[in-house]
Write a protein that binds this ligand. Structure first.
Ligand SMILES: [Zn+2]
Length: 129
């Protein structure tokens, strides 16, 4: 099975090692991809863990979980990345994610900010288009 993030790699060697906690995502883009895959799997614990504590939406956890389960995820496209490599302190990933909600195809177009703290990447915030 190819990974849900659209990498053309099997899940087991793509996002799974990050989602299951065997490895840290080495770049902002790899964290972004694994968070998309976690959405498709409704893995809310991973989404919370990888969300920077300063902006982590703990109160909305159940709502996010129910929403992630209720939609049909259709694919991820990475449009642009800036920095976000292992030696960087931050990174920006612009992406488009498609999903079907109530029978309608919807898109999230977001420029996300990621921060690297001691070798661990976190999602901080996103700007929507
Ligand atoms: Zn993947």
């Amino acid at each position: 099975m190819n990974c849900n993030c659209g990498s053309n790699n099997p899940y087991g060697t793509c996002c799974m090692p990050f989602i299951e906690g065997h490895h840290q995502a080495p770049t902002a883009e790899s964290l972004m991809r694994s968070r998309y895959t976690a959405f498709t799997l409704a893995n809310i614990d991973y989404l919370m863990k990888t969300h920077h504590v300063s902006t982590r939406p703990i109160k909305d956890k159940l709502e996010i979980l129910n929403w992630a389960k209720s939609v049909q995820w259709m694919g991820l496209t990475i449009l642009n990345t800036q920095k976000g490599k292992a030696h960087d302190k931050d990174g920006i990933v612009e992406f488009k994610a498609l999903y079907i909600e109530n029978g309608t195809l919807q898109a999230i177009h977001e420029k996300s900010l990621f921060r690297n703290e001691k070798g661990i990447w976190y999602y901080v915030s996103g700007q929507h288009y």
